[in-house]
Design a binder for this molecule. Structure first.
Ligand code: HEC
Length: 248
C-alpha cells in the first residue's frame, strides 16, 4: 500500500517535470527567437563613440562605394563575430558550417572545394563583388533562395560596409575599392573650367560684361576685392564679370 502511494507521488512529480520540459520545448518551437547578430545590447555610448560620422550615415540612400570609402575594417572585424560561428577567416583555414572567407571578395561564388553549397548558391554564378556581398548579408535568404546560410542579416548599412571593408583586407592582393559616386566631382569641374577662362583672357571680359551688362555695371565697385576667392563658389554670372576688373 505504502509503495503504491509512493508510486503515485513519484508519478505525479515526474508528470509535472515532463509537462514543464514539454511546454518549454513546444514553446521554443513556436516562438523561435533568432539569436541577435551581435551579442549584448547596443549601448548609446558606443554610438556616441563612433561620432557623428557613423551615427549620421545610416541613411539607406548613401551609395555603397561612398560607405566603403569611409568604412573601418577594424570595426568590421569586430562586427564579424557572428559570422565566425560559421566561417573561418584565416588564410588557409578550412570549411566550418560555412565556407572559409579568406579572399572571398572577387572569388567565384560557391567555389570552395569540399563545401556542399546549396543549389541556389551554386546556380548564382559570377564572382563576389562588394555589391553582391552587401546584398547577400543584408538578408541572405532574399538573395539566395534556399541558402544554407541561416543568418538573419545585418540591417545596418554602415556595419555592412565595415564588414565588407574587413573582408576585402583578407587577401594577398585586395581588390581595389570602388570609386565613390562622383557627386562632388561634378561641382568642381565647371569651376575649374571657368577659372582659367576668367583668368587668362582679360580682353573677353567685356564680352561677358555685355551679356550681363545691367548686372555688371552696378556690381564692379563692391565686388573687386573678395571676388577671386568667392567667385567659383558663386553663380556663373557674377564670376566672370568680377575677376576681370579686379585682375587687370
Ligand atoms: C549560421 C551560420 C552562418 C553565419 C552566422 C554566417 N554564415 Fe555565411 N555562410 C554560411 C553557409 C552555410 C554558407 C553557404 C551558403 C549556401 O551554400 O547557400 C555561407 C556562405 C557565405 C558566403 C558565400 C561564400 C562562397 O564561397 O560563395 C559569404 C560571402 C558569407 N557567407 C558571408 C558571411 C558573413 C559576412 C557573415 C556575417 C555577417 C556570415 N556569412 C554569417 C553560414 C553562415
Amino acid at each position: 500500500m505504502e509503495s503504491l502511494e509512493f508510486n503515485k507521488a513519484a508519478g505525479a512529480i515526474l508528470g509535472a517535470l515532463l509537462f514543464t520540459v514539454a511546454t518549454g520545448v513546444i514553446a521554443d518551437a513556436i516562438f523561435a527567437v533568432p539569436s541577435p547578430a551581435k551579442p549584448g545590447y547596443a549601448l548609446p555610448a558606443a554610438k556616441a563613440e563612433g561620432g557623428s560620422a557613423t551615427a549620421a550615415k545610416p541613411a539607406p540612400s548613401v551609395p555603397l562605394p561612398d560607405l566603403l570609402a569611409k568604412a573601418d575594417p577594424k570595426k568590421g572585424e569586430a562586427d564579424t563575430k557572428p559570422c565566425q560561428t560559421c566561417h573561418n577567416f584565416q588564410k588557409g583555414a578550412g570549411v566550418k558550417i560555412g565556407p572559409p572567407l579568406y579572399g572571398v571578395v572577387g572569388r567565384k561564388k560557391a567555389s570552395v572545394p569540399g563545401f556542399a553549397y546549396s543549389p541556389g548558391m551554386k546556380s548564382k554564378g559570377g564572382t563576389w563583388t562588394f555589391a553582391d556581398i552587401n546584398t547577400f548579408i543584408t538578408k541572405p535568404s532574399a538573395y539566395v533562395s534556399g541558402t544554407k546560410m541561416t543568418f538573419a542579416g545585418e540591417s545596418d548599412p554602415v556595419k555592412r560596409a565595415d564588414i565588407i571593408a574587413y573582408l576585402r583586407t583578407l587577401s594577398d592582393n585586395p581588390v581595389p575599392l570602388p570609386k565613390p559616386v562622383p557627386e562632388k566631382k561634378a561641382a568642381p569641374a565647371p569651376a575649374k573650367a571657368a577659372a582659367p577662362a576668367a583668368a587668362k583672357p582679360a580682353a573677353p571680359a567685356p564680352e561677358a560684361g555685355k551679356a550681363s551688362a545691367p548686372a555688371a555695371t552696378p556690381a564692379p565697385a563692391p565686388a573687386p576685392a573678395p571676388a577671386p576667392a568667392s567667385a567659383p563658389a558663386k553663380p556663373a554670372a557674377p564670376a566672370p564679370a568680377a575677376p576681370a576688373p579686379a585682375a587687370k
